[in-house]
Ligand binder design. Structure first.
Ligand code: XMP
Length: 506
């Protein structure tokens, strides 16, 4: 495996995903918590950072200890740290070093640049520049303005690059990473979805034996793929519970239940709509609504789980980004999530936890699902918040408002699918606003609800841009909604990016 040492860059997870695209397993560890570098570690990558090595409290690692063990690649801050700590010099740069830059010079026959030609485009983003290399290092690539764009030590396999190979603007970034992983570190490229399925099923067979496992399905990608993996390992001993909280999309409960049954899963659908509506009655504060939904879910789930005799394990669809220890180098890390994933079960259930996806990123989860031949309708689903339409109906929730929003949402989502726009959007949904606006229908004035449509493009939901959907499409959806959904007379489209706006309205 490869160890990626995180100094707090927003791009660290992207480096990890790129490494995995080469079928090489990697782990991210914070700079102040590095695991032992044993024989399983084939190489180390040092990430970028929002910090400067010139700051007194800049994040540091014991490089002398690391470089003697395995090949090492420093990216951006990582490269500057190598230069700075091993005898070179880093200063604030005088020329602009953001954005695209062309490598005008590359050392002949350099292993890191194998199959990469002079003139290749890279992407830079740094305010510091390396002005002097350590005496035992040499420049291996330069741009017009950055002489030490890449360097290598003469006596050890240690490389530094000022540019970011993980972003797509670095045209040969993929090749460079492959050169490092395969050519320099000797990684086998054997970590594939098929091999993941095979090993994790074998491990769970061993770990779970004849024990019974309970899992809450949500209709989303993670819990579905987790269920399939466990099902492969223990079959009918996996008891899935799918709760209708009355806040799902139109027809979703029935459709998803059918598709789960089609996959051979042992799944029980529980209609608990009324319980949820009762718990939500009169609540308008978003956090109170979230709490009420979470608490009711646990009560319903707990009741159901107790009906399974001798259940020993609780399975969860936790994924890698949920467990990566986040580094906080400058204030709170951008990756902290507060409201996600309903917070566990009551203590008295005392179940052991099994989390078969905890080493995977979202794209990896989808690939593993595909390797198990799960339907794309499940795998390509947009993310949907646990509290569902409960946080998309602003203000208090009633069954009638849910009905209205389900209809609206149906025209929007079905419209996206019919127009071939669904897969290009990261997440889409509709919000029922707590305002009435005036309209005319025929000769009459109406005074009815306003709905907002929201569609975003994103990589991980942490930042997002509003999706630039075609006007004709928006016009068509708006017409369909106003003509078909009683109670709605105005449709608006949300053109805010995140930050500063969030994806959800509550
Ligand atoms: P925001 O609104 O914070 O949303 O930009 C980012 C992502 O998180 C989802 N989200 C939630 N998911 N419970 C969840 O399980 C919640 O309470 C919740 N709030 C937001 C949101 O749908 C988006 O994918």
């Amino acid at each position: 495996k490869i160890i990626i040492i995180d100094f707090g860059s927003q791009l660290t997870q992207l480096i990890a995903r790129r490494v995995r695209e080469h079928n090489v397993y990697c782990e991210i560890h914070p700079f102040n918590h590095i695991p032992e570098i044993d024989d399983t570690v084939k190489g180390i990558i040092l990430s970028g950072s929002p910090c400067s090595v010139r700051e007194v409290d800049a994040p540091m690692v014991d490089l002398k200890h690391l470089i003697s063990k395995v090949p090492l690649l420093g990216v951006c801050y990582g490269a500057q740290l190598l230069a700075d700590s091993l005898g070179g010099n880093v200063e604030a740069s005088t020329t602009r070093e953001y954005g695209r830059a062309i490598l005008g010079k590359i050392e002949d026959n350099n292993s890191l640049f194998a199959n990469i030609a002079v003139g290749t485009q890279t992407w830079m983003s740094h305010g510091d520049t390396i002005t002097n290399l350590p005496s035992n290092a040499r420049v291996i690539a330069s741009t017009d303005s950055v002489e030490m764009a890449a360097f290598q030590f003469n006596d050890v396999e240690v490389y530094g690059i000022q540019f970011h190979p993980e972003v797509t603007h670095t045209t040969d970034g993929k090749t460079l990473l492959k050169n490092f992983l395969v050519g320099i570190c000797g990684c086998a490229q054997s970590w594939t979805s098929d091999s993941f399925v095979e090993t994790s099923v074998a491990e769970m067979k061993e770990q779970l034996g004849d024990d019974k496992v309970v899992l809450g399905l949500s209709g989303g990608v993670d819990s579905s793929v987790a269920a399939m993996l466990i099902h492969k390992a223990i079959g009918k001993n996996l008891y899935c519970i799918f709760v209708d909280n009355g806040l799902l999309r139109k027809n979703e409960f029935e459709e998803v239940l059918e598709s789960y049954k089609g996959l051979g899963l042992n799944v029980k659908g529980v209609n608990a709509k009324d319980k949820f509506y009762e718990a939500l009655k009169g609540l308008t504060d978003p956090e109170l609504k979230r709490k009420a939904i979470g608490k009711t879910f646990i009560e319903v789930f707990d009741d159901e789980a107790h009906q399974i005799q001798d259940v020993k394990w609780l399975a969860q669809g936790t994924i890698y980004p949920d467990i990566i220890e986040s580094v906080s180098v400058k204030g709170p890390s951008a990756t902290i999530k507060s409201h996600h994933n309903v917070g566990g079960l009551p203590d008295y259930m005392k179940l052991k936890i099994v989390e078969p996806l905890k080493l995977l990123f979202k794209d990896g989860v989808r690939e593993v699902g595909a390797a198990m031949e799960m339907p794309t309708a499940i795998l390509s689903r947009h993310p949907f918040p646990g509290p569902g339409l409960g946080i998309r109906i602003l203000g208090d929730i009633t069954a009638e408002k849910v009905r209205i929003l389900q209809e609206v949402d149906y025209f929007f989502i079905q419209g996206l699918k019919d127009a071939g726009l669904y897969d290009g959007v990261w997440q889409a949904g509709s919000m029922l606003l707590p305002v009435q606006s005036v309209g005319v229908m025929g000769d009459e004035r109406t005074y009815e609800s306003v709905v907002a449509l929201r569609a975003v493009t994103s990589v991980d939901g942490m930042t997002a841009d509003w999706a630039h959907l075609p006007y004709e499409f928006l016009a068509d959806v708006s017409n369909k909604i106003i003509n078909n959904v009683k109670g709605v007379n105005r449709v608006v489209y949300d053109i805010s990016s995140k930050p500063p706006a969030t994806i959800e309205w509550e």
